[in-house]
Design a protein around this ligand. Structure first.
Ligand code: RAM
Length: 335
């Protein structure tokens, strides 16, 4: 059921992108086309394919809603650059700033400044401090993400043994929240699993490759690598593949396209994610509703176009449930 819903969602998305995605905004003459708010949206890193696909979904929503979408941010992990871009957007006087936060503490002051000037602030994918934004658009709950990652890890280890995490940066707000939940759930549900090391990838595939090589040497007892930043999945899988260690498996959070070859050759057991285009689409939809004052509290409080309606729980809006890609289903997806 869950699989079908996800696949159907993607099929609808493919039609939307191919058929009308480019025509709704500039020349389509929709009622709000000229008057819409300016939404400035920032990824952690513009070069990461994860965020490239979020941008695609964001643009689709912007075209449908008559939003003017700006897209800018660092080209690699760089919290100081995120702050600079926010400053520039404050000066420009945009209506909404929407950020996937690299470093929670580092960015919150400038986001508070934006709010004080009347700019609406959304965080998406990775959150800031609570009082630094109006709403957080969450891809899935941290409990849900931790739970599915641990299910795969425990299954691979037969319920007992050592694993290690390759994360994004060591200060990444979303990954740290997920790690916190992983540790909590291990304590209550998986007493025989041992997390022996957490290493950074800085959302960089090559860095993940290098760190995984080191991990395999320093901790030969590790039998599962949990790579929880999308570029880290192919990086870690390539390192395990080259090591010839057929007793080590990779799981984690990654994009289906980058994971495909490693799922097929068996180094990568499974990879978990959400629909990244939908995450971008939902973020721009929330930003638009905030700017126009149409966001309502409660179940179904947000009308979100092709995503239907979404619940608004205070300052928290969740996209959905994470999905597991395996070698059996991965060919159905293209992002
Ligand atoms: C990377 C980024 C992003 C995270 C995914 C899973 O692309 O760190 O924030 O949500 O991985």
């Amino acid at each position: 059921m869950r699989r079908l819903g996800f696949a159907l969602g993607l099929a609808v998305l493919a039609v939307a992108c191919g058929g009308s995605g480019g025509s709704g905004g500039a020349s389509g003459g929709g009622p709000a086309a000229k008057e819409g708010p300016t939404v400035a949206m920032m990824p952690k890193n513009k070069g990461n394919p994860y965020f490239v696909s979020c941008h695609k979904g964001g643009q689709e929503a912007a075209d449908q809603l008559g939003v003017k979408l700006l897209w800018d941010g660092p080209t690699e992990t760089d919290p100081a650059k995120q702050n600079e871009v926010v400053e520039a957007w404050i000066t420009r006087g945009v209506d909404v700033i929407a950020v996937s936060v690299e470093n929670k503490e580092a960015i919150s002051t400038v986001l508070r400044k934006a709010r004080a000037k009347g700019i609406k602030v959304v965080t998406w994918d990775a959150d800031a401090e609570k009082d630094a934004r109006d709403v957080f658009v969450d891809q899935a709950t941290p409990q849900g993400i931790a739970s599915v990652l641990l299910e795969h890890t425990s299954r691979l280890l037969g319920g007992k043994g050592s694993f290690a995490i390759i994360t994004a940066s060591l200060t990444a707000a979303n990954q740290n929240e997920w790690i916190k939940n992983i540790k909590e759930q291990m304590a209550s549900k998986y007493p025989d699993l041992k997390l022996v090391d957490i290493r950074p990838s800085d959302d960089d595939r090559k860095r993940a490759f290098d760190e995984t090589q080191t991990l395999l040497k320093v901790h030969p007892e590790v039998k599962v690598i949990m790579a929880i930043a999308s570029p880290a999945v192919p990086g870690a899988a390539e390192a395990v593949k080259q090591s010839g260690r057929t007793d080590v498996k990779v799981t984690g959070l990654g994009l289906p396209n980058a994971s495909k070859p490693y799922l097929k050759d068996g180094v990568l057991d499974s990879v978990v994610l959400w629909n990244t285009m939908d995450l971008g689409y939902l973020t721009v939809t929330v930003a638009n509703a905030l700017a126009r004052g149409t966001l309502k509290q409660g179940p179904g409080g947000l009308t979100a176009g092709r995503l239907g309606s979404k619940d608004v729980d205070g300052d928290h809006i969740v996209l959905g449930t994470p999905f597991t890609f395996t070698k059996e289903n991965v060919d159905q997806f293209d992002f």
